[in-house]
Design a protein around this ligand. Structure first.
Ligand SMILES: [Mg+2]
Length: 380
């Protein structure tokens, strides 16, 4: 990324912040731990003005922190590696969008480190929650979840992640586990033989339950098991050794939320296969630094993204900076005032627009209205 052509007098002139309402394509139910995830998913948005150009993106910065950034020089925002410097990370998405607009380039081409930016990135439908809990009959539950997978296929998806761990809290232990297994089989049937299928237990299994489920679904050929239980070196080593003996080859994915500080080290040692730190926090610059480190250690990267509309687009660009990038975790959400029509999903891939910045177009007047109704402005 070339910041040498920044004028010395370019500075942060204004930061505006607003909440834009957003709605999922379908209501999301329980996971193994928590209750309803619902349908309303707002976008927390900052609009930053520098040298007359605006950059927009996800941000949870407070007005007080924003006030401290106003007047800071644009030259000081990025470091030599092309990542946003620590003190500016609260607005890193608007800054990447801004620099893309100034240079007339999409973010993926700014961060692709020599190789060409990817126009097409593999993605999966992350919307298959424990949405069947109202049904007492397992067969009906399987059919219900299959229709959700079909809805995803109609939206262009080929790969799916489904929540499991029904027996952790919401159903009796073995009854819930057997239903998990039946639904995994049903989703494979719906997706056909080629789509990749992942399961996510949100730490609702233990080691023995994980082995039981993987044994019973061996012919489904799951791609990864995510957060089977709270990450534990001993349990994961045992699971790996057991899989090897059983001839089961399912990747171990972990690291979203409050990840163990030693998780990256375990991944480098081969105990975990896929690292899933969140794309918004610790964030995009964090991933631009971590991704190449994981590449060098032959560890796969699948940044977590859920509960915000922005991750879909941030991940579609981030993929170009990381060789071992696996998928965009896609949660279909429509946001008022945000035009994301440059993005398209087809046959399990996101087609990434080549427009400047993140390729999202915001309705300026609507954002200004929402700044007044739900947010704040600070500037010179
Ligand atoms: Mg997860």
């Amino acid at each position: 990324m070339n910041v040498s052509n920044f004028e010395p007098n370019w500075q942060i002139e204004k930061i505006e912040w607003a909440i834009l309402p957003g709605k999922r394509a379908r209501h999301a139910g329980f996971n193994a731990r928590k209750g309803e995830h619902g349908i309303d998913v707002p976008l927390h948005l900052a609009r930053v003005t520098i040298a007359g150009y605006e950059g927009c993106g996800w941000s949870r910065i407070t007005k007080q922190s924003a006030q401290e950034l106003v007047g800071k020089k644009a030259r000081d925002m990025f470091n030599e590696r092309g990542t946003v410097r620590e003190e500016f990370r609260g607005i890193e998405f608007p800054l990447f969008d801004w620099i893309g607009r100034v240079q007339g380039k999409p973010v993926n081409s700014l961060i692709s480190a020599g190789s060409s930016a990817q126009q097409k990135v593999a993605c999966y439908d992350t919307s298959l929650y424990l949405d069947d809990l109202h049904l007492s009959d397992d067969l009906a539950a399987v059919e219900f979840m299959k229709t959700e997978a079909l809805e995803g296929m109609n939206r262009g998806h080929a790969n799916f992640k489904l929540k499991v761990g029904r027996g952790a809290r919401h159903m009796p232990l073995m009854k819930g586990t057997e239903r998990d297994i039946a639904i995994i089989r049903g989703i494979r049937e719906a997706a056909g033989p080629y789509g990749k299928i992942m399961i996510d237990a949100n730490n609702g299994y233990n080691l023995n339950l994980t082995k039981h489920v993987l044994q019973e679904t061996a012919d489904v050929k799951l791609y990864w098991v995510e957060e089977a239980f709270h990450e534990d070196e001993e349990f994961y080593k045992d699971l790996k050794a057991w899989m090897q003996k059983a001839g089961i080859n399912v990747l171990i994915a972990d690291g979203e939320g409050l990840a163990a500080p030693t998780l990256v080290q375990w991944a480098k040692e081969g105990i975990i296969d896929v690292v899933q730190h969140d794309v918004l926090a610790p964030g995009f610059s964090h991933w631009l630094e971590l991704g190449p480190e994981l590449d060098a250690a032959h560890v796969k990267s699948a940044p977590h993204s859920y509960g915000t509309p922005y991750g879909n687009y941030a991940l579609s660009h981030l993929a170009s900076a990381i060789k071992g990038f696996q998928f965009v975790e896609w949660d279909q959400i429509e946001v008022e005032g945000m035009d994301a029509s440059g993005y398209r999903i087809e046959d399990g891939f996101v087609h990434v627009p080549s427009e400047p910045g993140f390729g999202l177009n915001f309705d300026d007047a609507y954002v200004s209205k929402r700044v007044q109704e739900s947010g704040w402005t600070t500037g010179l």
